[in-house]
Design a protein around this ligand. Sequence first.
Ligand SMILES: [Zn+2]
Length: 239
Amino acid sequence: MMLDFVFLQCPECKNWGQDMVYLSITIHESILWSDGNSYTFPHYHQNSFVSCPYCEVYFWKKDAEMINRDNNLEKFKEIEKTNEHFKHFHDEHFFFDDQERFEYINFLNSLLKKGFANTVEREIELRFGLWHKINDLVRYEKSNFFQKIKNSFIKKTKNEFFEQLLPLRNENFEKLLSIFDFNEVENQLFAAEIYREMKNFTKAQKIIEQIPANCEFKPFLETLKKLIAQKNCQVAKIE
Ligand SMILES: [Zn+2]
């Protein structure tokens, strides 16, 4: 993995902070899930928004002034020298337990509530984040016997958070369905997945029947078809 960094200027307090960028990366393993979430090894996902280490305000990277070695080497060196102890902008979220996951879900929701997502594209990114993090509470690997046993123990506590989040989950689904561009096959598939997770199998079935079998997301489509026929509403791995 080759990493570099750029400097971003916080639009609020005007301090400069470092942000990591990936120059090249070799993926050794990749798992795709029916809700569009993917896990890769090594992990490299970055959000499009960051929090300022100085004033703690969140902002979109694209809205910030950015300096790298190419666009202004002189200024880059100047910031690098005078601000060597600057902290990285915080945009990675690793969770130790469901409590942390729950708090992050509420945080994402608070960003949405205060209108942080000021374009449809940004709202979709936040809402997908919310969807994936809620599903993480019930995202089970069914790979082997021991994993199944382990899941049966952790399920109880996981479901408590999940149950609490059901109204938010439904609201999020409704908002996503209202902003999806249904000319995109990808969005039709995500809509079918949303209805499937909401146990509206009839509606999910109707949508996937409209999608050509040879579309570019064939494994996704095949998995959805199977799950809908089984009336299964669990988030599942794309095989
Ligand atoms: Zn700031």
